[in-house]
Design a protein around this ligand. Structure first.
Ligand SMILES: [Zn+2]
Length: 508
């Protein structure tokens, strides 16, 4: 049987992130095969992201610690071997597969990623006890950098996401050019971070024939919430509350929300207490090390404290915002319904805190009533449409979403003039990208490697993913039926709008 790489071409393989039913463990292979003068095949392979699969318990291996995508074949034991790993950003579902591979004794090729991503990765190395000689080389990249490796050329383009140094990549081969977006949205109002480099994307519009759209918000209409809208919403809610103490819990892995909440407090001259669990403090420390000085931003206008020491808090004259990741209200705040108000910026994460606020009779609002409160790092349908409108009819390959989202999206995408790939890809299948066509060349089972630890070493167990292994998670996000109904509604609205625009048909 012939191997796919015996034929020249540009190949793409989702190794995680295009799951049957889950949306994590992102990892993608890009391989370019060309023939030299002697008619021998030459391969160039890169991997984009090595994430961790969140729902590993559902894979049913007792005493497991994680699950990772299977990249073993790309690590030097076969003809197709990865030369480099490109990292879009620092979130666990894109990054945290790395330490498990190292703990299992594998050596990884050079990593290319942002400065902030490296900081988070170094924390992981410490946490996992990975010695320096075992750590792969790391090259810090920035928006606009171009990296040549073998027959591939990769240009780094900034992406608006929730953490610093988030990138997409324009990957150019002799037979196709792909824009791999990374987690992103179009929003240009990012604070202290470069927004998506639309200028560069537009400059290369003629070349880009595929978009691997690695952001999952298509079942929401319009553009993803802008950061400036979240900021304005926070300011207005704080003002409207007329309370002295404002409780603003934020997700630990979303630095943009720490900053937005801080800027909102600064705007209304509320002192800031950073308060939370150890995860929160470790991310906060990284933000400060990265170069964001809250104390400097505060200047003389407000005080900023990083503990919840009763005496220090007393000095703030009951005028402060408590920003952090917490599910309990410290007694040091003496919070009561008279002087306190809560603004809960995430959906289910802070349910115990809501209970506490209720039991103290403290009023609060949450994202259920005010959707703009939640920072969104993932573009919505409007962001997809925007990309489609500035590029020249590329083929879209949505990833970072359950496959039913793509299946349900087909009718709507056709109506809005967006070219979707013909087959909905599942993890581990291999596709050839050519002339705007994405052709399945090899069907592999969707596999995960479940990681267990013994005496400090990681051991992998191969597990085939079952269609049901992520259902619990999906019930909390989106079900196939809800997704289908939403797309139906969007289609209906667009058809109606089109009819209105065209006006009543004139009779001859
Ligand atoms: Zn992310």
């Amino acid at each position: 049987m012939s191997e796919y790489w015996e034929n020249a071409g540009f190949y793409w393989q989702p190794l995680g992130g295009n799951n049957i039913d889950q949306i994590s463990g992102h990892c993608y292979q890009y391989t370019d095969i060309i023939y030299n003068e002697k008619n021998e095949p030459r391969q160039t392979t890169i991997i984009v992201d090595i994430g961790k699969f969140d729902n590993y318990q559902a894979l049913g291996v007792a005493n497991s610690n994680a699950a990772v995508p299977d990249i073993r074949n790309l690590l030097g034991r076969e003809f197709v071997t990865a030369e480099a790993v490109f990292l879009t950003h620092s979130h666990p579902d894109h990054l945290n597969g790395i330490p498990h591979y190292l703990k299992a004794g594998y050596r990884l090729p050079t990593l290319y990623g942002g400065k902030y991503t490296r900081m988070i990765l170094e924390d992981l190395y410490e946490q996992f006890g990975i010695d320096r000689p075992c750590r792969p080389d790391y090259v810090v990249i920035n928006d606009g950098d171009v990296i040549k490796t073998g027959s591939l050329e990769i240009e780094v383009v900034a992406a608006s996401h929730t953490c610093f140094d988030s990138f997409g990549f324009i990957i150019q081969s002799s037979s196709a050019t792909v824009y791999h977006t990374g987690d992103m949205k179009i929003d240009a109002s990012t604070y202290f971070r470069k927004p998506t480099n639309l200028k560069r994307i537009k400059e290369r519009r003629q070349e880009i024939d595929f978009v691997v759209a690695d952001f999952y918000g298509i079942p929401d209409d319009g553009f993803a919430v802008k950061e400036v809208s979240t900021f304005k919403k926070l300011v207005s809610l704080i003002k409207k509350s007329r309370k002295g103490k404002i409780f603003i819990p934020v997700y630990p892995t979303h630095p943009e929300m720490y900053i937005i909440a801080f800027l909102a407090a600064l705007k209304v001259k509320k002192n800031v207490v950073f308060f939370g669990n150890s995860d929160f403090y470790s991310y906060l420390k990284r933000i400060i090390e990265y170069g964001i000085s809250f104390t400097q931003l505060a200047g003389e206008r407000i005080k900023v404290i990083y503990t919840h020491d009763r005496d220090e808090i007393k000095e703030l004259d009951s005028n402060y915002a408590v920003i952090g990741t917490y599910n309990h209200i410290s007694l040091a705040f003496d919070a009561s319904s008279r002087d306190s108000f809560g603004i809960v910026t995430a959906k289910t994460f802070f349910n115990p805190l809501k209970g506490q606020l209720n039991s103290h009779n403290i009023k609060f609002v949450s994202v259920d009533e005010e959707p703009e409160l939640q920072g969104f790092g993932h573009g919505f349908l409007g962001d997809y449409e925007y990309l489609n409108s500035v590029l020249c009819r590329p083929t879209f390959i949505p990833t970072h979403c359950p496959v039913f989202v793509i299946d349900n999206f087909r009718e709507l995408s056709e109506f809005i003039g967006m070219k979707l790939l013909e087959n909905t890809p599942s993890n581990n299948e291999i596709y050839r990208l050519e002339n705007g066509k994405c052709t399945l060349v090899k069907k592999n089972p969707s596999l995960w490697l479940v990681v267990s630890y013994n005496a400090g070493y990681a051991y992998f167990t191969e597990v085939k993913q079952k269609p049901t292994s992520g259902e619990g998670f999906l019930k909390r996000t989106i079900s196939s039926r809800r997704c289908k109904n939403k797309f139906k509604m969007f289609l209906h609205l667009r058809k109606e709008k089109k009819e209105q625009e065209n006006g009543p048909q004139k009779s001859p």
